[in-house]
Ligand binder design. Structure first.
Ligand SMILES: *Cc1c(COP(=O)(O)O)cnc(C)c1O
Length: 454
């Protein structure tokens, strides 16, 4: 019988993370402070421990994974690579479809891959408390779990609208010992100011980041952690693509195209970056593997944003980063249920896109849920709404193969399961979701507020 599931031993968990910076044609542009000068490690040291900052700025190709981190990874890693044979049959495609199942982690997504090392390095630096933000709840859960692994207190600012709509994500974080506040909250100046203007402010990721950063900057025993966007986060996630490469070797196959959902870019970076080096050398199949980031058409950062210096948060606390952005005061429409709401994108993903080394595509909301349901009925796993973006793109590619008769190898990152996202599926089944193309005029208005960099 042919294998459907390609697994690895604990001993095959990679020993190093891969740093794509070593293989970029051009060096990354530095983050800038309020004076438009590159931020110093001392300034960033207010919210991050030194080991994390070193990784953030590192140009080394390989960075060793601490044993204590690999030890926690063993709880769910290596994650399986699965051949979606039943999905292929349902679609009637000659393509071979594979996915990496990151939903097997305790928190149910790829995010613990970076939450665990971030907790470890903070504990090593003598930090006692972590502040962070969460939108849909996946990152807050991952950080709550990881904090527990290394004895850290975790405080999570959860976007208010999600706090109300996803009570079980909050219960999960509390089960792992974290404190959770609806953001904007009364805990910070940022929150108090916003609540005074509008007590019903639904919150946004940008606002929640501002609150978490404000608190971390005000206390020496407290650090801030971010679940996506930054270089060290992308670095930690490369464990996914490295495992996948070994698993494809075992399967005797190799991907022609890779799809991953793209919010801040970490799961895309994680699965795709390890293939960038192979692509630079011409690719293993004699041709490069196409690397495609899939974003929602309601938050089209790569496909409709501009490549410019912008803040990472709504209030302008963070350094300026050169990235694709829709403007830091971008507000995603309330009708959007599929996650991936961040206004910017990882500077590394942005640079690769700008330099033409990766591709991006935007998909509309209803089509993503339709794809998620097709996948769940064929393969059994109910995907996170974010993952549905990659599944949509993979299905579309498989259907193109059906037209052309090509037997391409399609690989996507199943970034998480959707067990705590069933309210979004309910809205889809009830016909309450709409497609929403973010209007060019609104993007233009938000881009007017981009900071000027001299
Ligand atoms: C957070 C999340 C994403 C999007 O974030 P990226 O940093 O772009 O990967 C995708 N899928 C799941 C399941 C998530 O939790």
């Amino acid at each position: 019988m042919e294998s459907l599931r390609f697994t690895l031993e604990h001993s095959e968990i990679p020993t190093h993370w891969y740093n794509v910076v070593a293989d970029l044609p051009n060096p990354p542009l530095p983050p800038l402070g309020p004076d438009c000068k590159p931020v110093s490690p001392e300034q960033m040291g207010m919210i991050f421990p030194m080991a994390i900052l070193e990784q953030e700025m590192s140009t080394a190709r390989w960075i060793q994974i601490p044993d204590a981190v690999r030890e926690v990874y063993r709880l769910w890693r290596p994650s399986p690579l699965i051949r979606a044979r039943r999905l292929e049959e349902v679609l009637g495609t000659p393509a071979r479809i594979y996915y990496k199942h990151e939903g097997v982690s305790p928190a149910g997504s790829h995010k613990p891959n970076t939450a665990v090392p971030q907790a470890y390095y903070n504990q090593q630096a003598g930090i006692k408390r972590i502040t962070t933000e969460t939108g849909a709840g996946q990152w807050g859960c991952s950080m709550a779990f990881a904090g527990q692994m290394f004895g850290l207190e975790v405080r999570v600012y959860m976007v208010s609208i999600s706090y109300q709509q996803k009570p079980f994500r909050r219960s999960m974080m509390q089960t792992w010992g974290a404190e959770v506040f609806a953001s904007p909250s009364k805990m910070t100046q940022t929150g108090r100011d916003l609540l005074e203007k509008d007590p019903d402010n639904p919150g946004s990721l940008g606002i929640a980041i501002s609150e978490a950063v404000e608190e971390a900057a005000s206390r020496a025993d407290t650090s801030y952690t971010l679940g996506s966007v930054l270089n060290h986060v992308a670095l930690h996630q490369t464990i996914i693509g490295q495992e996948a490469k070994r698993q494809f070797e075992k399967a005797g196959d190799w991907p022609d195209v890779i799809f991953a959902p793209c919010g801040g870019g970490s799961s895309f970076a994680g699965v795709a970056f390890p293939f960038v080096a192979d692509n630079a050398a011409g690719g293993r199949n004699g041709k490069p593997t196409r690397l495609v980031a899939v974003e929602p058409s309601s938050c089209p950062t790569l496909t409709k944003g501009v490549y410019a210096y912008d803040f990472g948060d709504a209030s302008g606390f963070t350094p300026l980063m050169k990235m694709y952005t829709l403007g830091h005061d971008f507000m995603p429409p309330g009708i959007h249920a599929g996650g991936l709401r961040y206004h910017g994108d990882s500077p590394l993903v942005s640079q690769l896109y700008h330099e033409g080394l990766i591709e991006a595509v935007a998909v509309s909301q209803l089509a993503t849920f339709e794809a998620g349901v097709i996948f769940a009925r064929a393969e059994g796993i109910i995907p996170a709404p974010e993952s549905n973006h990659a599944i949509r793109a993979a299905i579309d590619e498989a259907l193109r193969c059906k037209q052309s008769g090509e037997a391409k190898v399609i690989f996507f990152n199943l970034t998480g399961h959707g067990h705590f996202d069933m309210a979004a599926y309910d809205r889809y089944f009830a016909g309450e979701l709409e497609d929403f193309e973010y209007p060019a005029a609104a993007i233009h208005a938000s881009l007017e507020h981009l900071p000027t960099v001299a």
